[in-house]
Write a protein that binds this ligand. Structure first.
Ligand code: FES
Length: 252
């Protein structure tokens, strides 16, 4: 199984000694990420049906210039770069779409295309993936807005209430929080750059937080998929209710 990159390359693209159905790991990523990408693009440009009652679609939060005083296009386009950049530069998604869409490599120990001047993420354009930590900082701010939206979904004309949409938005923000708090960059932020965890009270506290971040980080792939599905579904639900195709059921 252990062959040098050069010898695998000589065998040709997609050649491998693996006997398992390695392509089954690739297919769900192509379908899942592809479908989400198409749906999110259509919805971001639609610029309509993004709010109803106390609900606001996560694709449009924070809602900026909804009256089109300055920006004539969809308000989602004003903020899209932040959640999109956060996902696109995510360490897990990078692995997923390098394999599924670029076939580079298609899977572990499966031959990739021959590169003459391969630089990986050390050369342009993929060196830009290193800005992930900055998208994390923006993501934390966005998470605050989305928590505000989820809590606001409990308030109906000044009274406490719960609709199905309230639960949809709440489930979504919990999954998004798990995705963000399991981020590799956040784990490094919490526990990295420390020589001695036991040398001070702050470092001991950081060690405790780092262990929790590590536990979440081991499940990052799971949270990446669940939160992708939940954010898409939350937008879909708000869109359906706002357009009158679904009726929101009031629980309380
Ligand atoms: S590594 Fe995936 S969100 Fe940071």
């Amino acid at each position: 199984m252990a062959e040098s990159r050069g010898s695998i390359g000589l065998q040709g693209f997609g050649r491998t000694l693996r006997r398992d159905a390695w392509w089954w790991e690739v297919l769900p990523v192509v379908v899942g990420l592809g479908a989400f990408g198409i749906y999110a693009t259509v919805r971001a440009f639609e610029g309509a049906y993004y709010s109803w009652g106390p609900y606001l679609s996560p694709f449009y939060s924070p809602l900026i210039d909804a009256q089109h005083r300055v920006w004539p296009l969809s308000p989602a386009l004003l903020i899209l770069v932040f959640p999109l950049g956060f996902r696109v530069t995510c360490y897990y998604y990078r692995k997923a779409y390098y394999r599924a869409f670029f076939m580079d490599p298609p899977a572990c120990a499966v031959s990739e295309r021959l590169h003459r001047n391969y630089k990986g993420e050390t050369g342009f354009p993929f060196v830009w993936q290193n800005i992930h930590r900055y998208f994390l900082y923006a993501g934390i701010i966005f998470l605050c807005f989305l928590w505000y939206d989820a809590i606001r979904a409990f308030w109906w004309d000044g009274h406490f209430g719960i609709g199905v949409g309230t639960l949809v938005l709440l489930a979504n923000i919990i999954l998004l929080s798990l995705y963000l708090f399991s981020c590799h960059s956040l784990r490094h932020l919490v526990g990295g750059n420390v020589d001695c965890f036991s040398c001070s009270a702050i470092n001991r506290a950081r060690h405790g937080a780092w262990k929790k971040a590590s536990w979440l980080n081991e499940r990052h792939q799971l949270f990446a998929w669940f939160s992708l599905f939940s954010v898409g579904f939350a937008d879909f639900y708000v869109r359906m209710v706002a357009s009158g195709l679904f009726k929101d059921f009031r629980i309380l």
